[in-house]
Design a protein around this ligand. Structure first.
Ligand code: ADP
Length: 229
C-alpha cells in the first residue's frame, strides 16, 4: 500500500505557553489523508482550523507530535529543506485570493513555475490548461482587479496547483462568495482536484459543500472527530 499523503500524529499546539493567557488549540490531533482523498474540515470559528492547516502545510511548527507528507517525516527538517518541501509538495488556498495585482491571471500561474525552473513556454501551456479546467481561459490576459470575485478565486486555485503539489490545503476557499457563486466555484475546485488526483483538506462552514467531499471531520475542543453528512 502506498504511503498516506498527510499523516499527523499526536499534534499539539498552544499559544502563549506558560503565560496566564495560554490557550491550547490542538490536543494530540491524529489525521491520515490517503492519496486522492478529499477531506472536509468543519470547525466553529476560533477552533483552530487555520492553526491545523498551517502545521499540516509546514507554515508553523507543532509543540509536539509529528507531520509526515508523502511518507517523509517533516517534523525535524531544517529551514531550507522544510521550505523546499512546502514549495514542492503543498498548495495553499485562502479565503482571499492573494493574487499579485500587477500581473495577469496567466502570469500569476506562470511565475511560481518559473521560480521552480520550469521553462517559460511549458509554464504558459500548463497555466492555460489549468485556467481552462476552471472555466476562465478567456480571462487569461486580465489582471485580478478586472476579474469577478469568483474568477479571482478560480485563478488562485490554478496558482496553488501550478507546481503540481501532492497536498492541497484550503481555508474557506469560497467563504467570500455569495452562495450561488460559491457553489459553482467549489465545483471548479473539485474538477481541478479530481482531475489531478491530488489529496486535499478543505476547511468550510458549509455542510452542503462538505457533503461533496469524500468525508468530513470536525475540529472541536482541540480534537478531531468524524462528521456524518
Ligand atoms: P480558526 O481558523 O478555527 O478560526 P485559529 O487557528 O486562527 O482558528 O485560532 C485558534 C485560536 O488560537 C483562537 O482562539 C486564536 O485567537 C488563537 N490564536 C491563533 N493564532 C494565535 C497567535 N499567533 N497567538 C495567540 N493566539 C493565537
Amino acid at each position: 500500500m502506498s504511503d498516506p499523503i498527510l499523516k499527523l500524529s499526536g499534534v499539539t499546539k498552544a499559544y502563549n505557553a506558560g503565560a496566564p493567557n495560554e490557550i491550547t488549540v490542538l490536543r494530540g490531533v491524529d489525521l491520515v489523508v490517503q492519496p486522492g482523498e478529499v477531506v472536509a474540515l468543519v470547525a466553529p470559528s476560533g477552533a483552530g482550523k487555520s492553526t491545523l492547516l498551517h502545521i499540516a502545510g509546514l507554515l508553523d511548527n507543532a509543540d509536539a507530535g509529528t507531520v509526515e507528507i508523502a511518507g517523509t517525516d517533516m517534523t525535524n527538517l531544517g529551514d531550507r529543506k522544510r521550505t523546499a518541501a512546502r514549495r514542492d509538495q503543498v498548495g495553499f488556498i485562502y479565503q482571499f485570493h492573494h493574487l499579485l495585482p500587477e500581473f495577469s491571471a496567466l502570469e500569476n500561474i506562470v511565475l511560481p513555475q518559473l521560480a521552480n525552473a520550469v521553462p517559460e513556454a511549458q509554464a504558459k501551456e500548463h497555466a492555460r490548461k489549468l485556467l481552462d479546467t476552471v472555466g476562465v481561459a478567456h480571462r487569461a490576459g486580465h489582471r485580478p482587479a478586472e476579474l469577478s470575485g469568483g474568477e479571482q478565486q478560480r485563478v488562485a486555485f490554478c496558482r496553488a496547483l501550478a507546481n503540481t503539489p501532492r497536498l492541497l490545503l484550503a481555508d474557506e476557499p469560497t467563504g467570500n462568495l455569495d452562495p450561488d457563486t460559491s457553489d459553482q466555484v467549489f465545483g471548479a475546485l473539485m474538477d481541478l482536484v479530481r482531475g489531478t488526483g491530488l489529496s486535499a483538506v478543505i476547511a468550510t462552514h458549509n455542510l452542503d459543500l462538505a457533503a461533496r467531499m469524500d468525508r468530513a471531520i470536525r475540529l472541536d475542543a482541540g480534537g478531531l472527530s468524524p462528521v456524518d453528512l
